[in-house]
Design a binder for this molecule. Sequence first.
Ligand SMILES: Nc1ncnc2c1ncn2[C@@H]1O[C@H](COP(=O)(O)OP(=O)(O)OP(=O)(O)O)[C@@H](O)[C@H]1O
Ligand SMILES: [Mg+2]
Length: 251
Amino acid sequence: MGLSITIASGKGGVGKTILAANLGAAIAGFGKDVTVLDADIEMANLELHFGLEGMKTTLYDVLRNKADIKDAIYKGPGGVKVVPSGISLYKLRKAELAKLKDILEELLKGTEVLLIDAPPGIGGDVVAVLAAGQELLLVVTPEFASIPGALKTKEVAKKLGTHVLGVVVNRAGHDESDLKVEEIETILGLKVLGAVPEDPEVRRSVGAGQPIVLRSPDSPAALAIKKLAAELIGVKYTPPAPKSLLRFFKR
Ligand SMILES: Nc1ncnc2c1ncn2[C@@H]1O[C@H](COP(=O)(O)OP(=O)(O)OP(=O)(O)O)[C@@H](O)[C@H]1O
Ligand SMILES: [Mg+2]
């Protein structure tokens, strides 16, 4: 049985989908069988990060008993497996959302690592996602506005018995007013497992429909994501020295 990690935040737009897609691509790069599942049923967009579009069968069909989960798994770049969500105006019922746990268990029979991209907020859809995953990775940005959502998500996860792995700080290091690692750890009562810098390559990669770890593997954000991915799965990885340092040694 594989390991499932839900990537959630409470606050929207902090980088859950970027991290899910890129941790997936990075973990595949370390030779693991990895599946990334889009659990953001109302605003599905994970597949765009992999340059996949217009897939016929989605998680939405599976939750409504219209398809088997095996038919909703697609091969993405770098060997990562992707389960798209399917955008719909139809709100899933509680009973349909409750099926998620069985679907994840089914997926875990055929993959070593399952990453689940959660929707923002803390509504019924998020609770169902948190209840279905084994582990939770919380994403924040280094600003106070992202903290209350993370705290609420942590509390809900605790009530559901979902283990919280820790926190990833995304878009770090571009402002002096940034919260510091120790401040985030103290407020949330959780360990910061990694930090991903603000990096213009992230937006370019999203536009190109390719994970940054594949498109710009030596960019600062890609290196940080690969480091975090290695830590999550217990693989040894030492990122190469920054290019500026290599040039320095050549002189
Ligand atoms: N490290 C980064 N550097 C620069 N831009 C970033 C970084 N991380 C995220 N972004 C920008 O933020 C946008 C939102 O990221 P993403 O879609 O992953 O957030 P999200 O938490 O999944 O949002 P939602 O809550 O709506 O699902 C990206 O499209 C990108 O433009
Ligand atoms: Mg998202």
